[in-house]
Design a protein around this ligand. Structure first.
Ligand SMILES: [Zn+2]
Length: 223
């Protein structure tokens, strides 16, 4: 259980978030107060003990009814361009608005079991990019902390890529093997919604995130 103090702070942060951010509905979707509050509440969670400044890089939140198809292009090692459609439940861009699929945000309560939470995922990307680079390393207080962070995350990321490659079982979404910044976003999701699984599979990553976010969700769940 979270302390009364945490809950008060979460409400304060969510209120400030609502005051500073602008919500837009895509395709005439009406973003109701209830929807905005639900998004603000999830956005407030990761920054509970870090502060709202990490979200200064964006103002707008674009809410879609459902997932969005985005046309993608990737160039392979032989220089061949591949085009494909990617289904997005959310997206965060440097300096741009945060996009969220309402259907996915709404399902957040039901999807705790498998550690899925699109809002926390996208806001983790925003936190990562707060220092100007989407590289899986959020702003760090000093170089030592940064080096230690990269060491732990990169080694866990490589381990996880191997797990996915060899099709070994894991509670972590395989999407985390896409890149180091996705690894940070997915482990952050898991940290907040399925902390016990993350702690048992990646104790080093859990400990790193616990120090960074200054929260202990697995401890909160202990009887
Ligand atoms: Zn992502």
């Amino acid at each position: 259980m979270r302390s009364e103090q945490d809950l008060v702070r979460l409400r304060e942060l969510a209120t400030l978030f609502l005051a500073r951010k602008e919500f837009f509905g895509a395709d005439d979707l009406l973003v109701t107060d209830k929807m905005a509050v639900a998004i603000a509440a999830q956005a407030a969670l990761p920054i509970l003990n870090l502060g709202l400044d990490l979200y200064e890089g964006f103002v707008g939140i674009v809410v879609h009814r459902d997932q969005v198809l985005a046309r993608r292009e990737e160039v392979d090692d032989d220089g061949v361009v591949h085009q494909f459609d990617e289904e997005l439940s959310g997206e965060a861009m440097q300096g741009g608005p945060v996009m969220l699929s309402w259907r996915d945000v709404e399902a957040a309560g039901d999807s705790c079991e498998w550690g899925y939470n699109v809002a926390i995922h996208e806001f983790a990307h925003v936190i990562d990019m707060a220092d100007g680079a989407a590289n899986g390393t959020p702003p760090m207080p000093d170089r030592n902390t940064r080096d230690r962070w990269q060491q732990v995350m990169e080694s866990a990321y490589k381990r996880f890529c191997m797990t996915v490659q060899k099709r070994r079982p894991s509670d972590l979404d395989p999407y985390a093997a896409h890149s180091i910044d996705e690894f940070f976003a997915v482990t952050s999701e898991s940290f907040f919604v399925d902390p016990i699984s993350l702690q048992s599979e990646f104790p080093d990553v859990y400990a790193l995130l616990r120090t960074y976010y200054a929260q202990d969700p697995a401890g909160c769940m202990a009887p």
